[in-house]
Design a protein. Structure first.
Length: 255
C-alpha cells in the first residue's frame, strides 16, 4: 500500500481513482474492497471481528472509498509509509450531491425489487455491508438526514487533518487537476486532460456495477432464469444486467 484516499464519496473519488490508475497505480475502489472480501467485511460490521488490513490490501497500491475511508487510521497504522489524500469540496455542494445520489438510488431500486430478491444470499450480504458502512460513516442512509451528513463531513475531514502527519497529507480538490496530485506523489504530470467522472450521479444512470460483478455472485440456475426473464420482457441485456449490478453492487457511487 502506498496511498490511502480518505475523502468521502462525492468528493471526486471516482475521478481520483481513474487518475491514479492512469498514473500506473493498482487501485482498490469500493468494488475490489467489498466484493473480493465479502465475508470478511460481514464479520467486521456484523460480528465484531477486527479487520485484517494487511490481508485485504496486500495487493493494492491505493484504496479509495468504502470500506477504507472509515478505517483510514488503522490502514495507516498497518502501512505506516502510506501517503494520504483527503479530497474535499464545498460543503453545500457535497450535501446536495450526496443527497441526490441517495434519492436517485432509492428511486431506481423501486423498479428492481423482484430481481433483487431472485439473487443469491450474497446480494443481501453486500446490501448489509453497504448499509452498515453508510450508517457508520455518514450517520444515516436517509436522504433527509442532511444535518447529520454535514456534521459527519466536518468531523471526518477535521480528524484526517489532525491525525495524519502534514508531510504525508494532501488536501485536494479535483478542480486542481493533475499538478498538485502529481507533485505530491512524485509523478510526471500527464499531458491528457484530468478525468472527471460520475457528474450528478452519472454512474447511477449507467447502472452501477459491471455485469460480470453481478453474475459472479448469482448461482448458475439463477443466471439462466434472469437471462430468460429479460428476454421474455424484451429488456436490453446490458441495461438489465447493469441495473441489477446497481441493486447488489452498493449504495454508494463516487462523485
Amino acid at each position: 500500500m502506498k496511498i490511502i484516499c480518505a475523502g468521502y464519496a462525492k468528493t471526486g473519488t471516482k475521478s481520483i481513482t481513474n487518475a491514479l490508475r492512469y498514473l500506473g497505480f493498482t487501485v482498490f475502489d469500493w468494488e475490489e474492497q467489498t466484493f473480493d472480501f465479502l465475508d470478511h467485511w460481514v464479520d467486521v460490521f456484523q460480528n465484531g471481528t477486527k479487520p485484517d488490513f494487511r490481508a485485504v490490501y496486500q495487493n493494492a497500491d491505493v484504496c479509495v472509498d468504502m470500506p477504507g475511508t472509515f478505517f483510514y487510521e488503522e490502514i495507516l497504522e498497518a502501512f505506516p509509509d502510506c501517503k494520504v489524500i483527503l479530497s474535499e469540496r464545498d460543503e453545500d455542494s457535497w450535501i446536495k450531491s450526496y443527497v441526490n445520489q441517495l434519492e436517485s438510488i432509492s428511486a431506481a431500486r423501486y423498479w428492481y425489487t423482484i430481481p433483487r430478491y431472485l439473487l443469491s444470499p450474497t446480494a443481501r450480504k453486500v446490501k448489509n455491508i453497504v448499509n452498515s458502512y453508510g450508517n457508520a460513516v455518514f450517520g444515516s442512509c436517509n436522504p433527509k438526514s442532511t444535518y447529520v451528513f454535514r456534521k459527519r463531513y466536518r468531523i471526518h475531514n477535521h480528524r484526517v487533518k489532525s491525525v495524519v502527519p502534514a508531510d504525508k497529507l494532501l488536501v485536494y480538490n479535483v478542480k486542481q487537476g493533475w499538478k498538485p496530485l502529481c507533485d505530491f506523489l512524485g509523478c510526471e504530470v500527464p499531458t491528457v486532460a484530468f478525468p472527471h467522472e460520475n457528474i450528478k450521479a452519472g454512474i447511477i444512470a449507467r447502472g452501477g456495477a459491471p455485469l460480470y460483478k453481478v453474475y459472479r455472485y448469482v448461482p448458475p440456475q439463477r443466471v439462466w432464469f434472469l437471462s430468460r426473464f429479460r428476454l421474455k420482457m424484451g429488456i436490453d441485456f446490458e441495461h438489465f444486467g447493469l441495473k441489477l449490478g446497481m441493486v447488489i453492487g452498493g449504495t454508494f457511487t463516487k462523485a
